[in-house]
Design a protein around this ligand. Structure first.
Ligand SMILES: [Zn+2]
Ligand SMILES: [Zn+2]
Length: 252
């Protein structure tokens, strides 16, 4: 089992101290993980402490510890993101769309706005941004692939048609898509992405990984056993960890 999406510092709730790192790694051990991937939000990059994580990780020889980053993708920021990524030797980088043209759409107070929008146009724009993120050559992984559904607003058009170009680009670039379990705790109440999309991901041969999106140590590994079981039932054979940007395959 892997958890390749955890936020050590949450939303700047705590610092990357040795004690906090140990809490995450202890929980990873309790959950039986083989690899954990730290992926703090890019806007807290000043709190990153890669050397300390590597040092504490030596106390856990049974656990592979990867260090990545979750980046808020905006097409106008590509240069800035590139500069930031060059400053740190990350094992992996998650590209996530949380915002479109200045609208940060995943804040709880945005729920009403979702219901006012034309759902098909909203989904089209969202997946266009995901497609641009995939094409940017900045990322190894695409985060919560269908996040735009979080408040339960569904499109009229078939989701696979809406997501087609984004999936095509992800496949072309050899990127990984995560099954992110945090969607279960949002109004939509299901994983990102939905099962129909996972089936299409498998059909295209796009590799997958698992992530809890934990913003606290107690959530590390949450729901990942059942998520792994779902992937297995859909015929997926392995999931992806990372080491210095290289994929490592873990049989399910
Ligand atoms: Zn995210
Ligand atoms: Zn996250």
């Amino acid at each position: 089992m892997l958890d390749m999406h955890v936020h050590l510092t949450g939303h700047a709730d705590r610092l990357a101290t040795a004690g906090n790192i140990r809490e995450f790694l202890d929980q990873a051990r309790r959950m039986g993980l083989k690899q954990i991937g730290f992926a703090d939000h890019d806007y807290y990059y000043k709190d990153l402490n890669l050397p300390l994580i590597r040092e504490v990780a030596e106390e856990y020889p049974d656990l592979k510890v990867a260090i990545g980053l979750e980046v808020d993708y905006r097409p106008s920021d590509e240069g800035k993101i590139k500069n930031l990524l060059e400053q740190f030797p990350f094992d992996f980088v998650i590209g996530s769309v949380h915002e479109m043209n200045g609208w940060v759409f995943d804040f709880p107070e945005e729920e009403a706005v979702h219901h006012q929008k034309d759902p098909d146009r909203m989904y089209k724009e969202y997946f266009h941004w995901v497609e641009m993120a995939a094409a940017s050559d900045l990322f190894t992984t695409i985060g919560h692939f269908d996040l735009i559904k979080l408040f339960g607003v569904r499109p009229q058009t078939d989701i696979l048609r809406l997501a087609d170009a984004a999936l095509e680009q992800i496949q072309k670039k050899g990127l990984v898509i995560e099954l992110n379990t945090a969607g279960r705790y949002k109004p939509v109440g299901e994983y990102y992405p939905e099962v129909k999309i996972i089936q299409e991901i498998k059909r295209r041969g796009i590799p997958m990984t698992l992530g809890s999106d934990a913003h606290g140590a107690e959530y590390v590994g949450r729901d990942l056993e059942r998520a792994a079981q779902l992937l297995k039932n859909l015929g997926i054979k392995d999931i992806i960890g990372f080491n210095h940007g290289q994929k490592e395959y873990y049989p399910l």
